[in-house]
Design a binder for this molecule. Structure first.
Ligand SMILES: CC(C)(COP(=O)(O)OP(=O)(O)OC[C@H]1O[C@@H](n2cnc3c(N)ncnc32)[C@H](O)[C@@H]1OP(=O)(O)O)[C@@H](O)C(=O)NCCC(=O)NCCS
Length: 190
């Protein structure tokens, strides 16, 4: 649900398994490249419209989707944002972004900022694989405990993070335009 921060380059743990080598049949997860930005923007567009229609006021949702186009993603990659893409049959089916936590009051060092699949790939087990890859990528940077923020109204994602073993650890809120939306925070210990 959140923007990708401009982080300084993270320090990698060379001993840890590289998440981007995770492959299962035709499903592969790897670091995003410049050539992926249009496809990632398309995933963001479709997944946000489906997940947040009726939750985020229409005008705000349009503004967010418009702002998060290919140029925004290219800039994020240039600022060293960690973006993973999940491919299926050569097409980008989803993406995840991650890095150091923005919630310093909680005892977690990492954060999955976003995890989104195109609507046609949801509910098929792809999210579980992308989540596992994101977790492995966080570990590769030494960020073994991590948290996720999710809009309470996003029942699907709340259920998903529970199934992924997350513990609900805090309630907060997010202001989008004039609307304040309840947010749940899930945590995973190291
Ligand atoms: C949330 C999302 C990433 C989950 O990915 P997915 O591929 O649909 O989920 P999976 O099929 O891999 O499901 C994994 C597990 O979560 C469970 N799960 C998925 N959706 C659920 C729901 N609505 N309620 C309860 N459990 C759910 C599945 O039953 C499955 O459990 P199991 O393997 O033990 O049977 C995906 O649906 C998505 O992109 N949604 C829209 C965007 C979004 O909301 N992103 C999160 C923003 S914070």
């Amino acid at each position: 649900m959140h923007s990708v921060r401009a982080n300084p380059p993270l320090r990698e743990n060379p001993d840890a398994a590289y998440a981007c080598h995770m492959r299962l049949g035709q499903i592969g997860v790897r670091r995003a490249r410049d050539q992926d930005v249009a496809a990632i923007a398309q995933v963001h567009d479709e997944a946000w419209r489906l997940a947040y229609r009726g939750v985020i006021p229409g005008r705000d949702l349009e503004r967010i989707v418009e702002r998060r186009g290919a140029v925004w993603w290219r800039n994020a990659l240039r600022r060293h944002a960690v973006v993973l893409v999940m491919e299926f049959g050569g097409a980008v089916a989803g993406y995840a972004t991650l890095g150091p936590t923005r919630m310093r009051s909680l005892p977690y060092v990492g954060e999955i900022y976003e995890i989104y699949l195109k609507p046609e790939y949801q509910g098929l087990g792809f999210g579980r694989h992308l989540f596992a890859a994101a977790r492995a990528e966080l570990a590769r940077y030494g960020l073994k405990s991590f948290a996720v923020r999710v809009l309470r109204a996003n029942d699907g994602a709340v259920g998903f993070y529970g199934r992924m073993g997350g513990t609900p650890v805090a309630d907060t809120a997010e202001r989008i335009g004039e609307t304040v939306l309840p947010v749940a925070v899930f945590g995973w210990a190291a």
